[in-house]
Design a binder for this molecule. Structure first.
Ligand code: HEM
Length: 441
């Protein structure tokens, strides 16, 4: 054992990986708490199968994420394993894709997307009962799906298609819960995708194909992400096949929709646990919006709402774990890392480190009032470095808008005390999140 890598003992044969796959959130937070500040790295090394090293030092996390050439992002999630897109691509292909897509996520486009989010929330609320219950996670999945497809693909999915995608993603999640077989069996011996998975994947592909075909058939298609990709296809310098174009649409649809829906769902959960803060958010919304839907210009004034979103992403980051694979043998913090070794960096565990956060398990949005806390290395819900989340601003705006807009008009109370989280590709609730909604008198 070196000074920088700790290797905790585990049961024979399967080693400590069984504990990890049984309850990864508990193991990662436990390692962070027990060894963080003491060791930068902890190695979980099963006698057979994949070797994992957990990165406990927050500065080292950012160092690794900055070096995209040395540490590649392994294919994560069943759809990413099968599909080529920005999330899953590498090297030159990634560089080309990122430079084609980046302009869609800056400048005036962001305020256009904000208008779309605002209008779509207004439509969602028009269908809510004056006093009743609903499946909040599903409701917000439909919302975020409609926002993402209107923003990036200029097409509205409508409720039925959006619900089908929500259900397909639930199937993916079940397929992708961390399991011991994934860790110890060589890839060729691992079970292939289930029939349910294949069917769910077809749903997503069908939706994406429809959007691409619509653009192809349109005499003068709107300027959006799909036309940017179609223009790139025409560029001889860029390699982008028709399948890759569809893959990209699938990956954006799933990556962008699910993470944002979960974040807003969790924000409502946390606010339900803290009704006094929920009332303060509602008051802020009424003061800033004055009864109107939010606009881009309102964003900077919704300060408490912004802190609620930040704090939600601290305690319940939709992306609970980032991983990288060493491309070649290398060194980290003085320790040898083998080519092919996996490095795990968990926002969930770092966001709860008691050495960094006071009362780490408490939901306290006001902790974000101090400017100093905003540049905290132990907070990375969107990753960092060159592969930082491209949709970060869209997600933050949509979350802030939805909370303010909804709470201005409705009282929303999540009816359960515990979330029961299931860490899969994303951090999902293991059962539907029901909420009681009531119009404000
Ligand atoms: C609250 C919502 C969201 C969270 C928590 C989130 C989180 C993340 C994280 C942590 C990464 C980096 C993963 C890594 O380095 O391994 C990432 C990457 C990415 N995200 Fe998001 N994301 C969110 C919303 C969105 C939205 C709305 C979109 C699309 C519109 C999006 C599209 C992407 C893409 C394409 C990447 C890959 C970027 C690249 O590799 O260049 N995300 N996201």
């Amino acid at each position: 054992m070196s000074d920088t890598v700790h290797e905790p003992a585990g049961p024979p044969v399967i080693g400590n990986m069984s504990r990890f796959t049984d309850d990864p959130l508990r193991v990662l937070t436990g390692l962070q708490e027990a060894y963080g500040g003491q060791y930068p790295l902890v190695r979980l090394d099963p006698p057979v199968g994949q070797r994992f090293t957990v990165v406990l030092d927050p500065e080292l996390v950012h160092e690794i994420l900055a070096q995209r050439e040395q540490f590649r992002r392994p294919a994560v999630g069943p759809e990413a394993q099968q599909r080529q897109g920005l999330v899953s691509s590498d090297g030159m292909l990634w560089e080309q894709q990122r430079s084609v897509l980046q302009p869609e996520f800056v400048g005036g486009n962001l305020s256009t997307y904000a208008d779309i989010a605002s209008e779509t929330v207004t439509e969602m609320l028009a269908d809510w009962p004056e006093d009743g219950t609903l499946d909040l996670h599903e409701e917000l999945s439909v919302l975020t799906m409609r926002v993402i497809t209107q923003s990036l693909f200029s097409r509205d999915t409508g409720r039925e298609q959006a619900t089908a995608v929500h259900n397909a993603l639930a199937t993916f999640s079940e397929e992708f819960e961390p399991s011991l077989t994934d860790v110890v069996l060589p890839e060729r011996l691992q079970p292939g995708p289930s029939e349910e998975f294949e069917a769910a994947d077809e749903v997503l592909e069908g939706v994406a194909e429809e959007f691409v075909d619509w653009h192809r058939d349109h005499p003068d298609p709107p300027t959006d992400m799909i036309t940017a990709l179609m223009d790139a296809q025409a560029d001889p310098e860029i390699e982008l096949s028709e399948n890759e174009l569809i893959d990209e649409a699938v990956l954006f649809m799933t990556g962008g929709q699910e993470t944002t829906a979960l974040t807003i769902t969790y924000a409502f959960y946390w606010l339900s646990q803290h009704p006094n803060i929920r009332e303060r958010v509602a008051e802020e919304a009424q003061t800033v919006l004055g009864g109107d839907p939010p606009t881009w210009g309102d964003l900077s004034e919704l300060t408490l709402t912004e802190r609620v979103v930040r704090e939600t992403l601290r305690l319940t980051p939709a992306v609970w774990n980032l991983s990288r694979e060493a491309r070649t043998d290398t060194e980290l913090a003085g320790a040898s890392i083998d080519a092919g070794e996996f490095l795990l960096m968990s926002p969930y565990a770092h966001h709860r480190d008691s050495r960094v956060w006071s009362d780490p398990l408490q939901f306290r949005p006001d902790r974000w009032a101090g400017e100093a806390s905003r540049s905290n290395d132990s907070y990375f819900p969107f990753g960092s470095g060159p592969r930082v989340c491209i949709g970060k601003q869209i997600a933050l705006t949509e979350a802030q808008f939805t909370l303010a807009h909804v709470l201005q008009e409705f009282d929303v109370s999540v009816d359960r005390k515990q979330l029961d989280l299931q860490p899969s590709v994303t951090l999902r609730p293991s059962r539907p999140v029901e909420a009681t909604v009531r119009t404000r008198g």
